[in-house]
Design a protein around this ligand. Sequence first.
Ligand code: ADP
Ligand code: MG
Length: 327
Amino acid sequence: MTETSDLELVSLTKRYGDMTAVDAISHHFKPGVYACLLGPSGCGKSSTLRMIAGHEDVTGGSIVLGGRDISYLPPAKRGTAMMFQNYALFPHLSVRDNVAFSLRMAGVDKTERHKRADEMLELVEMTSLAERKPDQLSGGQQQRVALARALITRPQVLLLDEPLSALDPFLRIRMRAELKRLQRELGISFIHVTHGQDEALALADEIIVMNNAKIEQAGAARDVYNTPKTAFVARFMGGHNVLHLPQGLIALRSDEMRITNEGAGKIDGRVVGVEYQGTHVALTAKVAGDQEVTGLMPDSEFLETPKDLGEVVGINWEDRAAHPVSA
Ligand code: ADP
Ligand code: MG
């Protein structure tokens, strides 16, 4: 339905006074990609997104969409659209008029804008609620309206800032599947900001991990999870142990750890935590250098050879499971 293009960030920088919120980041987003900007609170994700949308001035560098420098264009002229975290719907307008709002501002006549609004409402499965006001909708329904409203401008890139954070966990999982379906159906790029690694893994073709105003690592979701380059990425993605061993700093996935008897593994540790997680038991042990290591034991294995707090166990892993990381 819409053309989509490459989006390039070139040494993009944002300073608020003396504070550098985004520090000369460069990244190339392929057309039609589902990308997640992932990182802890305050690392510069929203500032990056708002600069792309044109809701925040750039301090330095540039934003290039389809070969066109859009860094200084007003938001409506960029080919991007933004969906806000709080949805920002107009309470006095019907669902249909909320969706059509930007077309009204652009002087599109009523028949045409209602036709296009109805197409968008169909896309997000909200046709039957077109006459309602926002306060007569659930959180999930409001979110669909906000999505339809952003998409009606036919953007090449849709920008979403923590779009699922206001929803309860059950709806969040349903809506994330919905977002993915929409992105596939429309074929445009989505850039989705989140601080949740599980959300990023579930959705993203590409994950861009940010830390302290910089891009720490970018790549396919699977690569970032399986081969974190830094200790920060390994810890932030979760499911990993980061260990200082005599041979260096390594990251090891918790599900690659094998818990055996004392002396039978590569290292020994004293059990300090046993947590039942349904299919697995997460066993945490303190090893040399006061470091903690977590291994996942299949539930059935744990039942056969239970481990208790205070017990010394051996911890083993295949050499190929260890990835060197920088501090
Ligand atoms: P994130 O979305 O990753 O949580 P932000 O981009 O919102 O991060 O913020 C990055 C840094 O910039 C934070 O330290 C934040 O306090 C600061 N910041 C964000 N917006 C402003 C602003 N309008 N004025 C001053 N500092 C800001
Ligand atoms: Mg933010």
